[in-house]
Design a protein around this ligand. Structure first.
Ligand SMILES: CC(C)(COP(=O)(O)OP(=O)(O)OC[C@H]1O[C@@H](n2cnc3c(N)ncnc32)[C@H](O)[C@@H]1OP(=O)(O)O)[C@@H](O)C(=O)NCCC(=O)NCCS
Length: 197
Protein backbone atom coordinates (compact mmCIF):
# COMPACT_ATOMS: atom_id res chain seq x y z
CA UNK A 1 0.00 0.00 0.00
CA UNK A 2 1.30 3.47 -0.88
CA UNK A 3 0.63 6.40 1.43
CA UNK A 4 1.70 10.01 1.94
CA UNK A 5 3.63 11.08 5.04
CA UNK A 6 5.98 13.89 6.06
CA UNK A 7 9.50 13.23 4.82
CA UNK A 8 12.35 12.52 7.23
CA UNK A 9 16.10 12.37 6.77
CA UNK A 10 15.79 8.58 6.36
CA UNK A 11 14.04 9.30 3.05
CA UNK A 12 17.06 11.02 1.48
CA UNK A 13 18.42 7.97 -0.43
CA UNK A 14 14.99 7.03 -1.76
CA UNK A 15 14.10 10.59 -2.72
CA UNK A 16 17.45 11.04 -4.51
CA UNK A 17 16.65 7.85 -6.45
CA UNK A 18 13.19 9.12 -7.44
CA UNK A 19 14.77 12.36 -8.65
CA UNK A 20 17.16 10.47 -10.93
CA UNK A 21 14.50 8.07 -12.18
CA UNK A 22 12.22 10.93 -13.29
CA UNK A 23 14.94 13.28 -14.58
CA UNK A 24 14.50 12.81 -18.33
CA UNK A 25 11.42 15.01 -18.83
CA UNK A 26 9.60 12.74 -16.38
CA UNK A 27 11.20 9.48 -17.59
CA UNK A 28 14.15 7.58 -16.09
CA UNK A 29 17.32 9.64 -16.38
CA UNK A 30 19.69 7.17 -14.69
CA UNK A 31 21.78 6.58 -17.81
CA UNK A 32 22.19 10.30 -18.47
CA UNK A 33 24.25 11.06 -15.37
CA UNK A 34 27.57 9.51 -14.40
CA UNK A 35 27.36 10.74 -10.79
CA UNK A 36 24.02 9.59 -9.34
CA UNK A 37 24.13 12.08 -6.43
CA UNK A 38 24.38 15.44 -8.18
CA UNK A 39 20.72 15.82 -9.18
CA UNK A 40 19.55 15.05 -5.66
CA UNK A 41 22.05 17.52 -4.22
CA UNK A 42 20.36 20.24 -6.29
CA UNK A 43 16.67 19.27 -6.30
CA UNK A 44 16.08 17.12 -3.19
CA UNK A 45 18.62 17.37 -0.39
CA UNK A 46 18.41 21.06 0.43
CA UNK A 47 14.61 20.93 0.62
CA UNK A 48 14.38 17.84 2.77
CA UNK A 49 17.09 19.13 5.10
CA UNK A 50 16.37 22.87 5.01
CA UNK A 51 12.56 22.97 4.67
CA UNK A 52 11.39 19.77 6.40
CA UNK A 53 7.94 21.20 7.20
CA UNK A 54 7.21 21.33 3.48
CA UNK A 55 8.60 17.92 2.44
CA UNK A 56 6.33 14.92 1.91
CA UNK A 57 6.93 11.48 0.42
CA UNK A 58 4.84 8.64 -0.91
CA UNK A 59 6.06 5.57 0.97
CA UNK A 60 5.41 1.91 0.20
CA UNK A 61 7.11 -1.40 0.85
CA UNK A 62 9.44 -0.86 -2.15
CA UNK A 63 10.79 2.40 -0.70
CA UNK A 64 10.09 6.01 -1.60
CA UNK A 65 7.80 6.24 -4.63
CA UNK A 66 7.48 10.00 -4.90
CA UNK A 67 7.91 13.34 -3.17
CA UNK A 68 6.74 16.89 -3.12
CA UNK A 69 9.23 19.43 -1.79
CA UNK A 70 8.51 23.08 -1.14
CA UNK A 71 10.35 26.18 -0.03
CA UNK A 72 8.11 28.75 1.65
CA UNK A 73 10.22 31.80 0.80
CA UNK A 74 12.43 31.24 -2.24
CA UNK A 75 14.87 34.07 -1.56
CA UNK A 76 15.35 33.12 2.11
CA UNK A 77 15.83 29.50 1.07
CA UNK A 78 18.49 30.54 -1.44
CA UNK A 79 20.30 32.48 1.30
CA UNK A 80 20.23 29.36 3.52
CA UNK A 81 21.64 27.30 0.66
CA UNK A 82 24.50 29.76 0.19
CA UNK A 83 25.35 29.48 3.87
CA UNK A 84 24.65 25.85 4.74
CA UNK A 85 24.27 23.71 1.62
CA UNK A 86 26.48 24.71 -1.30
CA UNK A 87 29.90 25.34 0.37
CA UNK A 88 30.88 21.70 1.04
CA UNK A 89 29.58 20.61 -2.36
CA UNK A 90 31.57 23.36 -4.11
CA UNK A 91 34.65 22.08 -2.36
CA UNK A 92 33.91 18.48 -3.33
CA UNK A 93 33.05 19.31 -6.94
CA UNK A 94 35.25 22.09 -8.38
CA UNK A 95 34.09 23.64 -11.65
CA UNK A 96 35.05 21.44 -14.60
CA UNK A 97 34.38 23.66 -17.58
CA UNK A 98 32.98 20.58 -19.37
CA UNK A 99 29.65 20.26 -21.14
CA UNK A 100 28.17 16.95 -19.93
CA UNK A 101 24.97 16.91 -17.87
CA UNK A 102 27.12 16.22 -14.79
CA UNK A 103 29.23 19.28 -15.61
CA UNK A 104 26.06 21.37 -15.90
CA UNK A 105 24.93 20.26 -12.45
CA UNK A 106 28.36 21.06 -10.98
CA UNK A 107 28.12 24.46 -12.60
CA UNK A 108 24.70 24.84 -10.95
CA UNK A 109 26.22 24.11 -7.51
CA UNK A 110 28.57 27.04 -8.06
CA UNK A 111 26.13 29.41 -9.77
CA UNK A 112 22.56 28.33 -9.02
CA UNK A 113 19.90 29.46 -11.49
CA UNK A 114 17.46 31.65 -9.58
CA UNK A 115 13.84 32.30 -10.46
CA UNK A 116 13.31 35.74 -12.02
CA UNK A 117 12.71 38.48 -9.44
CA UNK A 118 9.24 39.22 -10.78
CA UNK A 119 8.25 35.57 -10.27
CA UNK A 120 9.80 35.15 -6.80
CA UNK A 121 8.25 38.42 -5.60
CA UNK A 122 4.77 37.64 -6.90
CA UNK A 123 4.85 33.91 -6.01
CA UNK A 124 7.36 33.62 -3.12
CA UNK A 125 7.16 29.86 -2.52
CA UNK A 126 8.29 27.21 -5.01
CA UNK A 127 8.06 23.44 -5.31
CA UNK A 128 9.32 20.25 -6.93
CA UNK A 129 7.19 17.11 -7.37
CA UNK A 130 8.24 13.75 -8.83
CA UNK A 131 6.44 10.41 -8.73
CA UNK A 132 7.67 7.06 -9.99
CA UNK A 133 5.48 5.37 -12.64
CA UNK A 134 4.07 2.91 -10.12
CA UNK A 135 2.18 5.72 -8.37
CA UNK A 136 1.47 8.03 -11.32
CA UNK A 137 -1.99 8.59 -12.70
CA UNK A 138 -3.94 7.55 -9.61
CA UNK A 139 -4.49 10.90 -7.90
CA UNK A 140 -1.29 11.04 -5.84
CA UNK A 141 0.04 14.04 -7.74
CA UNK A 142 -3.03 16.11 -6.90
CA UNK A 143 -3.11 14.91 -3.28
CA UNK A 144 0.61 15.61 -2.82
CA UNK A 145 0.23 19.16 -4.10
CA UNK A 146 -2.82 19.75 -1.89
CA UNK A 147 -0.88 18.41 1.11
CA UNK A 148 1.93 20.88 0.42
CA UNK A 149 -0.49 23.76 -0.22
CA UNK A 150 -2.25 23.09 3.12
CA UNK A 151 1.09 23.15 4.95
CA UNK A 152 2.07 26.41 3.24
CA UNK A 153 -1.30 28.09 3.88
CA UNK A 154 -1.04 27.13 7.56
CA UNK A 155 2.19 29.18 7.63
CA UNK A 156 0.63 32.16 5.86
CA UNK A 157 2.02 31.46 2.37
CA UNK A 158 -0.48 32.25 -0.37
CA UNK A 159 1.22 31.86 -3.73
CA UNK A 160 3.71 29.48 -5.29
CA UNK A 161 5.70 28.97 -8.48
CA UNK A 162 7.64 26.21 -10.16
CA UNK A 163 9.99 25.74 -13.07
CA UNK A 164 9.26 22.92 -15.53
CA UNK A 165 11.24 21.80 -18.57
CA UNK A 166 9.48 23.01 -21.71
CA UNK A 167 9.66 19.46 -23.14
CA UNK A 168 7.84 17.95 -20.13
CA UNK A 169 4.42 18.23 -21.77
CA UNK A 170 2.75 15.80 -19.36
CA UNK A 171 3.78 17.77 -16.27
CA UNK A 172 2.84 21.11 -17.86
CA UNK A 173 -0.64 19.77 -18.69
CA UNK A 174 -0.98 18.41 -15.13
CA UNK A 175 -0.03 21.77 -13.57
CA UNK A 176 -2.36 23.70 -15.88
CA UNK A 177 -5.20 21.30 -15.02
CA UNK A 178 -4.57 22.13 -11.35
CA UNK A 179 -4.77 25.88 -11.93
CA UNK A 180 -1.18 26.97 -12.59
CA UNK A 181 -0.67 29.67 -15.22
CA UNK A 182 2.46 30.61 -17.17
CA UNK A 183 4.24 33.57 -15.56
CA UNK A 184 7.65 33.63 -17.30
CA UNK A 185 9.98 31.76 -19.66
CA UNK A 186 13.44 30.42 -18.82
CA UNK A 187 16.13 29.27 -21.25
CA UNK A 188 14.51 25.88 -21.85
CA UNK A 189 11.82 25.95 -19.18
CA UNK A 190 8.54 27.54 -18.25
CA UNK A 191 7.72 29.24 -14.93
CA UNK A 192 4.19 28.55 -13.74
CA UNK A 193 2.47 30.25 -10.80
CA UNK A 194 -0.64 29.75 -8.69
CA UNK A 195 -2.54 31.52 -5.91
CA UNK A 196 -3.18 29.21 -2.96
CA UNK A 197 -5.97 31.13 -1.26
C1 LIG B 1 3.44 15.08 -13.26
C2 LIG B 1 3.01 14.21 -12.08
C3 LIG B 1 3.48 14.84 -10.77
C4 LIG B 1 1.48 14.12 -12.05
O1 LIG B 1 1.08 13.28 -10.97
P1 LIG B 1 0.00 12.13 -11.16
O2 LIG B 1 -0.15 11.39 -9.88
O3 LIG B 1 0.37 11.36 -12.38
O4 LIG B 1 -1.33 12.99 -11.45
P2 LIG B 1 -2.77 12.72 -10.79
O5 LIG B 1 -3.19 11.33 -11.07
O6 LIG B 1 -2.78 13.16 -9.38
O7 LIG B 1 -3.66 13.72 -11.65
C5 LIG B 1 -4.29 14.86 -11.03
C6 LIG B 1 -5.19 15.50 -12.04
O8 LIG B 1 -4.42 16.01 -13.11
C7 LIG B 1 -4.91 15.46 -14.34
N1 LIG B 1 -3.80 15.21 -15.20
C8 LIG B 1 -2.71 14.44 -14.97
N2 LIG B 1 -1.90 14.43 -16.03
C9 LIG B 1 -2.50 15.20 -16.97
C10 LIG B 1 -2.18 15.56 -18.30
N3 LIG B 1 -1.07 15.12 -18.90
N4 LIG B 1 -3.04 16.37 -18.98
C11 LIG B 1 -4.16 16.82 -18.40
N5 LIG B 1 -4.54 16.48 -17.12
C12 LIG B 1 -3.71 15.70 -16.43
C13 LIG B 1 -5.60 14.15 -13.95
O9 LIG B 1 -6.58 13.78 -14.90
C14 LIG B 1 -6.21 14.51 -12.62
O10 LIG B 1 -7.42 15.23 -12.82
P3 LIG B 1 -8.61 15.22 -11.71
O11 LIG B 1 -7.95 15.17 -10.35
O12 LIG B 1 -9.34 16.50 -11.96
O13 LIG B 1 -9.40 13.99 -11.99
C15 LIG B 1 3.58 12.76 -12.21
O14 LIG B 1 3.05 12.16 -13.37
C16 LIG B 1 5.10 12.70 -12.26
O15 LIG B 1 5.74 12.77 -11.22
N6 LIG B 1 5.68 12.55 -13.46
C17 LIG B 1 7.12 12.32 -13.61
C18 LIG B 1 8.00 13.42 -13.01
C19 LIG B 1 7.67 14.81 -13.49
O16 LIG B 1 7.48 15.06 -14.67
N7 LIG B 1 7.60 15.75 -12.50
C20 LIG B 1 7.39 17.14 -12.76
C21 LIG B 1 8.70 17.83 -12.95
S1 LIG B 1 8.50 19.58 -13.08
Amino acid sequence: MSYIRPAGLQDLPGAYRVCLQTADAGADGSVLYENPDLLGHVYVGPYLVGQPDFAFVIADNHGVAGYVLGAADTRRFEAWQERDWWPSLREQYPLTGGATLDDELISHLHSPVHSPDAVAERYPAHLHIDLLPRVQGTGFGRTMLETLFDALRARGVHSIHLDVGEDNHNAIAFYRHLGFVEVARGTDSVYLGKELS
